[in-house]
Design a protein around this ligand. Structure first.
Ligand SMILES: Cc1cc2nc3c(=O)[nH]c(=O)nc-3n(C[C@H](O)[C@H](O)[C@H](O)COP(=O)(O)OP(=O)(O)OC[C@H]3O[C@@H](n4cnc5c(N)ncnc54)[C@H](O)[C@@H]3O)c2cc1C
Length: 504
């Protein structure tokens, strides 16, 4: 048997690929395997949220995704008797370099991540399936089967299940997956559609349910998503069926043609009972699945990965105590739970056949939507949620505020907001980033002797803080604020570093 690895990543969908990128940036010893011979070629999840773009920018991936994708900032809400033009992400997104929803087929997202891994000498081992995994002493012994049928036994300190809804890792770890399937089935198609205004997303709200057109770009101009009509339960998904739905559900003259991909799928709402058991971790669809309402699934998976990767990397190189790994579930399980709750509500409101909800869709929504449009505060809160910019770990064990709590600006546990000077760009490399402000130009020599300079960079960002009252902020490797303080006393910061980045 070969020497044990630090981490085995099982599954090379978007979650596993993002995890691999982060582990690579630290030089962690890992392998990434996937049982399928090729990456997904279908478009699947079509939307990338602003927070995912921010987090991936640390790896130099985002510019390419933005170049390849279609940025949409408008939604046309087709209500009975009127169409509302809803600006998307025009409020509540003034602190991000990416104030838009990026439409890009999942296949393109995966291709981009795979190419960036290849440029860093990481090969995804395709046609390699995890058959069995069992903890033995301080390692997990894993049995893999290769594409030629040969089996291999290897050991790793940690195994991360990024292996989707039917996760092998989850069952090897004995972790439950609780929830339910929705009765509705959805139809998906990538195709051309004549008669709808390009460059915006379109939602048709009818008594029968919802119909969406998203500006995908490639491999076709539009992604259509619709509920399967009650009258066509087992009917094969054909252009003819989709055209009938468009005719029935949209008052516009929409003509569909040239489908590239058509499929139907059942939606579930399920969550893992734990995100970690001993050396086994779960991320992405292995940990949570839910309706595609709001385009959260793939994004949440990528962000799980980028919450976990640096923690594994720090612990594996002996730079952090093993308790750091406990913070993964503490931080990410509530996020997964919140996404499941939010998507469930949105899905139920949009699809339920309950008379009250049908009435709300057809009669109350046309009256209420214009009011909602004017309520910028409510819209900002909605966009913060959908864009995932609002995710925070304020109550988590890694979020600490110094003795004099600042009244304005970010709080410990929030993501580092961007500033006009492009602050986020300055905290992109691996490790923690300490931002110092104030006239004193405090420098690294203020840090405790022996602090790990390999995983801590210090930057003085000018005499005036972008957030009055905050003089020092320690930004975690995933772009969230770990410690915040004001004044000249850095004792609290030192205590934080002693705990989470102790001297070697
Ligand atoms: C048809 C379809 C349409 C979708 N449409 C949308 C949509 O419109 N909007 C949206 O937000 N989301 C959509 N999704 C969901 C979205 O694709 C997922 O949320 C996303 O792919 C999750 O990424 P992941 O990396 O966690 O898991 P996956 O992408 O499922 O990747 C898991 C990988 O693990 C591999 N694997 C599994 N078991 C093993 C094993 N034992 N050994 C080795 N490898 C293994 C698999 O081959 C796979 O490549 C759709 C999904 C499907 C299938």
């Amino acid at each position: 048997m070969t020497a044990p690895l630090d981490v085995l990543v099982v599954g090379a969908g978007p979650t596993g690929l993002a995890l691999a990128l982060q582990l690579r940036s630290y030089g962690t010893q890992f392998r990434i395997v996937d049982r399928s011979l090729d990456r997904a070629r279908e478009s699947r999840a079509p939307a990338i949220q602003p927070r995912t773009l921010e987090m991936l920018s640390a790896f130099g991936v985002t510019d390419e995704l933005v170049d390849r994708g279609n940025a949409a900032v408008g939604l046309h809400l087709h209500l009975p008797r009127r169409v509302l033009h809803v600006p998307v992400f025009d409020v509540g997104c003034d602190d991000t370099p990416y104030p838009f929803l990026l439409f890009l087929p999942q296949s393109e997202t995966e291709a981009t991540l795979t190419a960036h891994l290849a440029a860093r000498d990481v090969t995804v081992e395709r046609g390699t399936e995890l058959l069995h995994a069992e903890r033995e002493g301080e390692y997990v012994t894993c049995r893999l089967r290769h594409r030629d049928g040969a089996e291999e036994t290897m050991r790793a300190r940690y195994v991360v299940g990024c292996d989707g809804a039917h996760s092998t890792v989850r069952s090897m770890a004995g972790i439950g997956f609780e929830g339910r399937a929705y009765p509705q089935t959805f139809l998906l198609a990538d195709l051309e559609a004549d008669g709808i205004e390009p460059g915006a997303a379109h939602t048709y709200m009818t008594a029968a349910g919802l119909l969406f057109f998203f500006p995908l770009g490639t491999p076709a101009t539009w992604r259509m998503i619709a509920m399967r009509p009650p009258g066509a339960p087992g009917e094969e998904v054909t252009l003819d069926l989709l055209q009938r739905i468009a005719d029935d559900w949209s008052p516009d003259q929409v003509t569909l043609r040239d489908p590239v991909w058509m499929t139907s799928f059942r939606i579930h709402n399920r969550g893992a009972t734990h995100y970690r058991r001993g050396p086994f971790f779960l991320a992405g669809d292995a940990a949570h699945i839910h309706s595609p309402a709001g385009g959260q699934g793939m994004n949440t998976g990528i962000q799980d990965a980028l919450n976990l990767g640096w923690k594994l990397a720090h612990v594996c190189r002996g730079a952090a105590p093993a308790e750091l790994l406990e913070t993964y579930e503490a931080e990410r399980a509530p996020v997964g739970h919140g996404v499941r709750r939010f998507t469930d509500r949105a899905f139920t409101a949009g699809t339920s056949s309950h008379p009250a909800l049908r009435l709300a869709r057809t009669h109350l929504a046309p009256l209420g939507a214009p009011l909602l449009l004017r309520a910028t505060g409510a819209r900002a809160r909605l966009f913060r949620t959908v864009s995932e910019l609002g995710i925070h770990y304020r109550r988590g064990p890694l979020s600490v505020t110094g003795p004099h709590r600042p009244h304005r600006g970010p709080r410990a546990g929030d993501r580092l907001p961007d500033t006009p000077a492009g602050l986020q760009r300055g905290v992109a490399g691996p490790g923690y980033h300490l931002l110092l402000t104030g006239p004193g130009r405090r420098q690294p020599e203020d840090m405790p002797p022996g602090v790990r300079r390999d995983l801590l960079s210090v930057r003085h960002i000018g005499p005036r803080s972008p957030w009055p009252g905050i003089t020092h902020a320690l930004v975690r490797p995933d772009g969230y604020v770990g410690y915040l303080g004001r004044g000249a006393d850095l004792a609290g910061l030192r205590a934080y570093l002693d705990r989470w980045l102790p001297a070697p």
